[in-house]
Write a protein that binds this ligand. Structure first.
Ligand SMILES: Nc1ncnc2c1ncn2[C@@H]1O[C@H](COP(=O)(O)OP(=O)(O)OP(=O)(O)O)[C@@H](O)[C@H]1O
Length: 226
């Protein structure tokens, strides 16, 4: 599903956030990405979503070298990916329903199909009864679930989550991780950046550990440079 071949990322200003990262995430796998603050975890996820471009190396997503994806094709590329952020990035002046419907509207889904799909996504995260509420009226864990419903409403084959439990207590964090496992069990590939080593250890999924932009531990296959 995802292959990184000796990927480097240097930001404007000269900081090298990734220094030759290689790994392969097979289709249908769930894995964790960990490492100290500033190790390059968010950068790695942003490269997959084409929120940033690599300086060197190749990233293959679904057999496509994403360096060849032109800027105008990025919205189509992103439809393969559901992104979940620590701060959820919900629209706080819109209802739960409207937040989850937004990706469908952007993707041009027919109006008549939207309610059913929004409710299916809210049902999966256990929030069917909250659709008329504003995000501010929900708990932190519920807000994160809305973020997850929004990420999965288009049924992307890949979920990328950046510290999705960073603001949650241990019990809620476990619930959110279990939710990711449920999506994984129906075939969705999942890559989660997290600091929470205790939670990661309990989940028993492969781990990639970054240190100062390099892979220091990789329980996923290293990929050969073709
Ligand atoms: N847009 C940017 N411009 C310049 N430098 C950046 C930019 N984004 C990130 N960096 C730098 O790249 C390095 C890696 O950042 P990144 O956000 O990928 O780390 P991280 O492992 O996700 O950290 P955290 O766990 O704190 O979120 C850091 O030193 C950071 O300061």
């Amino acid at each position: 599903m995802i292959e990184f071949h000796h990927v480097f990322k240097r930001y404007q200003g000269g900081h090298e956030a990734l220094k030759g990262v290689s790994f392969g995430l097979p289709r249908g796998e769930m894995a964790f990405l960990t490492g100290h603050s500033g190790a390059g975890k968010s950068t790695l996820l942003k490269l997959i979503a084409l929120m940033e471009r690599p300086t060197r190396g190749q990233i293959i997503l679904d057999d496509i070298n994403i360096s060849n994806v032109k800027d105008r094709q990025i919205p189509y590329h992103r439809r393969k990916i559901g992104m979940i952020f620590q701060d959820h990035r919900l629209l706080f002046d819109r209802t739960v329903y409207d937040n989850v419907a937004l990706p469908l509207i952007i993707a041009g889904v027919a109006d008549r199909d939207i309610p059913k799909r929004v409710r299916a996504a809210l049902d999966k995260v256990g929030l069917l009864n909250k659709e008329k509420q504003l995000p501010i009226e929900l708990s932190g864990g519920e807000q994160q679930r809305v973020g997850i419903a929004r990420a999965v409403v288009n049924k992307p084959p890949l979920l990328l989550a950046d510290e999705p439990t960073g603001n949650l207590d241990p019990e809620l964090s476990q619930d959110i991780m279990s939710l990711f496992e449920q999506f994984n069990q129906v075939g969705v590939s999942v890559l989660i950046a997290s600091h929470d080593l205790g939670l990661i250890a309990r989940m028993k999924h492969p781990l990639i550990t970054l240190k100062e932009g390099r892979t220091i531990r990789n329980e996923l296959a290293e990929v050969d440079f073709a």
